[in-house]
Structure formats: structure tokens, C-alpha cells
Write a protein that binds this ligand. Structure first.
Ligand SMILES: Nc1ncnc2c1ncn2[C@@H]1O[C@H](COP(=O)(O)OP(=O)(O)OP(=O)(O)O)[C@@H](O)[C@H]1O
Length: 313
């Protein structure tokens, strides 16, 4: 049974659409990345799943509990960890007091172990905390009751690079031991590192659901070559080559393109021109997402994009 299942989930704030007709499932033991530009509907989805607000239409279950069934959802919430994008605390309480409070509420099976990795200054009032320390406290609170499912809204924001890496390592290890995640993020590098599948949301609608490997495969390879000689503009215009760019650079000629064909004809073609440098790598995941962020191809005709395709990814 999926740990999260939504069916045509819809939330309007008055006339403003938060999300509309969103259907996806997060399977047990996977990290499901939830991506989309600002205002796309990620937080709306998460808040509806946690029962902070009621759906306008459609339905959703979290660990089997209908989000509209308050009693069932309260029970399932005991097995859910939540890391909000901007954790709100009782500012005058110390970190230690807040851990005690949450421990009494949901249980504390692992705060000691978590505090070895994420170490906010527990004896200071939260109002004195830096952004990163607030985030670390929120991480400990999200995991201390050893939940089966963790819902994270941009979890690495505010953390320094070392702590970010620790959190991603921690998520991977938790996944190995069977924990499931819904992971909302703008940071494609981290999505790449930890997510098995992604759902892409735009203007309140889910426009794609796929595993990360498939998305990268579909995107092809990024090829960068350097040649000593001048090349004709169409020297690499053959099947499977996209976005071809041939330009002089210093004494050499640089050729760059995205390639979706077989390796053999590509390599033959490169060797026939006697290359100085050959660089073939995975096309960046950014390219895949930008395509979803920027075009209207996958949306219903006639819909206005309130975000203009803008993204801070
Ligand atoms: N409380 C609210 N009242 C009215 N409109 C809201 C409310 N919360 C969200 N919205 C609107 O719903 C839409 C989706 O917003 P949401 O915050 O879910 O997006 P998001 O994907 O989480 O964005 P971000 O990446 O910027 O956090 C936006 O148009 C937003 O203005």
C-alpha cells in the first residue's frame, strides 16, 4: 500500500487555485521528490496531506488514513515526521524544552543519536538561534519519534554545505532502513542525490511523474568536443544531435550538443575529425526540469502561467 496516495486532490483558497486534480502515490521505502517553481503548489499539497487545511475536492490518504478523517489522521501522524520549510517554534523556549515537549507528544526514540549529527545549542532560547540551528532543531524533532514517513519541505534551506551533505546522507541511510519520504525541493543536485522518483508540479497541476533515471535517459548526453581544425557549421548535424553549437575558441574549434542517439555513430563521427578533447557526460537534470518549468506544452491550452515559468532552481 502506498504511504501517500492522492486522487484528484484539489485546494482553492477562495478563488485562488492552490492545487487542482493532483494524483500521485509515494510507495513504501522510496524518496519521492516534489518539484516545482515558486507558487506551484508544493506547500499547499503538503499542508493538505498533514490535515492543516481541508481539500476543496478530491481525496488523499497518509499511511492509510484519509486526510479528512481527523481521528484517523491524528493516529497516523504519530508515525509521520514533518520538516516545514520555515519551522515555527515557541521562541522563548530552549531547544531542550522543545525536544522534551515533542518527545512527550509523539515519543522520543532517537534524539540522542540525532543530536550527534545535528547539534543545535540546546540550552539557548530558540529566538537566539541562527537559521541553520533552527533547521537542525526541526530535523531532530521530525525524526526523534522514529517515523515511518517523513514529509520535508525544502529541508536543506539554511544549512551550511557540510550539514546539507549530512542531512542527505542521513536521508539515504533512513531510506535503506525502510523510511519513506516526500521531499519538496528546488535544489536539483540534492534531488538527484536522494530521490528515486519525482513529481513535477506547475501552476497547481502535476505535469510529470517519473523516476530520476528515466528523466535523465530521456534527456540524453551532453557532448563537448574540441578540434584543432575549423569545422563546417553542419559538421555534426546528424540524427540524435540537438542544440548544436560550433564556435571558434582560441586556436581550436569547440563543438557542443545534446545527443540522444547510439554511441557508435557518434564516436565514429568524432574520431573521423581527429579531436583534441572529448567530453561526454550526463545532461544536467536542470535541463529536464527547465523544460517543464518553461514550456506550456504539458499544460491545458489557454491556461495562464502566473509564475511566467520563473524558477530559482
Ligand atoms: N493561505 C493562502 N491563501 C491564499 N492563497 C494561497 C495561500 N497559500 C498558498 N496560496 C496560493 O496557492 C498557490 C500555491 O502556493 P504554494 O505555497 O503551495 O506553492 P509552493 O510550490 O509551495 O511555492 P514555493 O516554492 O514558493 O514555496 C500560489 O498561487 C499561492 O499564492
Amino acid at each position: 500500500m502506498p504511504v501517500i496516495q492522492t486522487d484528484e486532490l484539489t485546494k482553492f483558497y477562495g478563488d485562488v487555485r492552490g492545487i487542482e486534480g493532483v494524483s500521485f502515490a509515494v510507495e513504501e521505502g522510496e524518496v519521492f521528490g516534489f518539484l516545482g517553481p515558486n507558487g506551484a503548489g508544493k506547500t499547499t499539497t503538503i499542508r493538505t496531506l498533514l490535515g492543516f487545511q481541508s481539500p476543496t475536492a478530491g481525496s488523499a490518504t497518509v499511511l492509510g488514513a484519509e486526510v479528512t478523517d481527523r481521528a484517523a489522521l491524528r493516529e497516523s501522524r504519530g508515525n509521520v515526521g514533518y520538516l516545514p520549510s520555515e519551522p515555527a517554534f515557541d521562541e522563548r523556549a530552549t531547544g531542550r524544552r522543545l525536544l522534551e515537549y515533542h518527545g512527550a507528544l509523539r515519543g522520543d526514540e532517537r534524539s540522542g543519536e540525532l543530536l550527534d549529527v545535528f547539534d543545535p545549542p540546546l540550552d539557548r532560547a530558540v529566538e537566539e538561534y541562527s537559521r541553520g540551528n533552527r533547521q537542525m532543531l526541526a530535523i531532530v524533532i521530525a525524526f526523534m519519534h522514529d517515523p515511518d514517513l517523513v514529509i520535508m519541505d525544502e529541508p536543506t534551506s539554511g544549512l551550511d554545505p557540510l550539514k546539507q551533505a549530512k542531512l542527505l546522507d542521513f536521508i539515504r541511510a533512513e531510506r535503506e532502513s525502510g523510511t519513506s519520504f516526500l521531499f519538496s525541493s528546488h535544489v536539483l543536485g540534492e534531488v538527484r542525490k536522494v530521490c528515486d522518483r519525482v513529481g513535477i508540479i506547475r501552476d497547481g497541476r502535476l505535469v510529470e511523474q517519473a523516476d530520476v533515471a528515466t528523466l535523465l535517459d530521456r534527456n540524453g548526453k551532453r557532448v563537448e568536443l574540441r578540434f584543432a581544425d575549423d569545422l563546417a557549421a553542419d559538421a555534426f548535424a546528424f540524427e540524435g544531435v540537438h542544440d548544436l553549437d560550433i564556435a571558434p575558441s582560441g586556436e581550436a574549434t569547440t563543438v557542443m550538443f545534446t545527443y540522444t542517439g547510439q554511441y557508435e555513430p557518434l564516436l565514429e563521427h568524432i574520431l573521423a575529425h581527429d579531436p583534441l578533447d572529448v567530453n561526454i557526460g550526463e545532461a544536467p537534470l536542470e535541463d529536464v526540469f527547465m523544460r517543464f518549468y518553461d514550456t506550456d506544452a504539458t499544460l491545458d491550452a489557454g491556461e495562464e502561467s502566473e509564475n511566467g515559468g520563473a524558477s530559482d532552481a
